[in-house]
Design a protein around this ligand. Sequence first.
Ligand SMILES: N[C@@H](CCC(=O)N[C@@H](CS)C(=O)NCC(=O)O)C(=O)O
Length: 91
Amino acid sequence: MSTPDIVMYSTQLCPYCDRARMLFERKQVAIQEIKIDEHPEQRELMLQRSGGRRTVPQIFIGDRHIGGFDDLAALDRQGGLDPLLGRTSSV
Ligand SMILES: N[C@@H](CCC(=O)N[C@@H](CS)C(=O)NCC(=O)O)C(=O)O
């Protein structure tokens, strides 16, 4: 099973984005980052895709909206992240 596309909407100065990036680095999976401060037109798309959530990061794995860093970390703690990344064991 291959890793689905991971998209993270972020901004340049964003400690929660840094934490999410580090979590994905630890998992050794590549992500696509969309910086909404550099590409303001993408902010609207982020709002639409996330159901109106305005904070960054907003993270998507494939078509699934994960939410922000707290949501990502909680999913990982519950063991729900690795299966979404196409993994069976935790890294
Ligand atoms: N609980 C959220 C917090 C995210 C958050 O507060 N992000 C900051 C940037 S690091 C932000 O978007 N601040 C702007 C705002 O609150 O409108 C998460 O874990 O992602």
